[in-house]
Structure formats: structure tokens, C-alpha cells
Design a protein around this ligand. Structure first.
Ligand SMILES: [Zn+2]
Ligand SMILES: [Zn+2]
Length: 135
């Protein structure tokens, strides 16, 4: 299985995951927008067991967003890294941190009901007003 390496802006945090996500999609919820500072967040989800931290453990700060979701970011440069779903045992990796080319691409949009008003979704991927379809 091909491995994908990811890193934050300052490169102190480096992670590795197999190029084998259970799902890949774009989340348009207002919380993802705030956390990433972007129109929406592209994530790839996989079992937490497949997530490997290469370096930078001391720079990863966890924000407990809810009982089931933790958000991880680099305390040195502020890059958002991933969310961890405590109930389902998944890591949702922010695809923007990956340094390697992925085999697949995101193929759905969730929470389009609360998307950024200026953002026009123009690809043909499936859209869900709420979500997630799989978390
Ligand atoms: Zn960093
Ligand atoms: Zn979201």
C-alpha cells in the first residue's frame, strides 16, 4: 500500500497514512470553515489505527470540539491537521496537509445547506444538505 506523507506549514508535524481512505469528501459546515479558515474542508477518513505520527508530537494541540470530536492543529504554525472521531475511531485528515499525490479525490459534499454564500459548487459530485453520510 502506497503511503502518503503530510505536514503542517512549519513542517514540525509530519504524519503518514496509507493511500486508502474509507471516504473522501468536502465538508461545508460553518465549524470546518472556522477551523480551517477556508470555504470548506476537504478530508479523507480512515481508521485511527492507520494514522501514524512521524514527528512533532509536542506541537500537536487538541481542541475538544464536542464529546465525539477532537480537532488537532500545530501549535507552532496554526495549521489544522485532522479531526479525531472518538466514537467511530476514525481520523479525518485535512487533505490540504498532504505532500504526496492521492490515488482518488473527494467525491461528495456535505453540509451544503450551510455552505459559504460565495462558494459555488461546480463539480458533479453528490451533495448532501446535512451530513455526514459516513463518520
Ligand atoms: Zn506547524
Ligand atoms: Zn465540517
Amino acid at each position: 500500500m502506497k503511503k502518503l506523507v503530510g505536514s503542517c506549514l512549519c513542517r514540525k508535524v509530519q504524519i503518514e497514512v496509507p493511500d486508502d481512505f474509507d471516504y473522501m469528501g468536502n465538508c461545508h459546515c460553518s465549524e470546518c470553515r472556522k477551523f480551517t479558515g477556508s470555504d470548506y474542508s476537504s478530508v479523507g477518513g480512515l481508521s485511527s489505527e492507520k494514522f501514524r505520527l512521524i514527528s512533532g508530537d509536542e506541537f500537536i494541540t487538541i481542541y475538544p470540539k464536542s464529546e465525539e470530536t477532537e480537532l488537532a492543529f500545530c501549535s507552532n504554525c496554526g495549521s489544522s491537521l485532522y479531526s479525531r472521531k472518538l466514537k467511530t475511531g476514525k481520523h479525518n485528515i485535512r487533505l490540504g496537509i498532504l505532500d504526496d499525490i492521492l490515488k482518488h479525490k473527494p467525491n461528495f459534499h456535505i453540509f451544503t445547506g450551510s455552505k459559504a454564500p460565495w462558494n459555488e459548487i461546480t463539480d458533479g459530485s453528490k451533495q448532501f444538505e446535512n451530513g455526514p453520510i459516513s463518520s
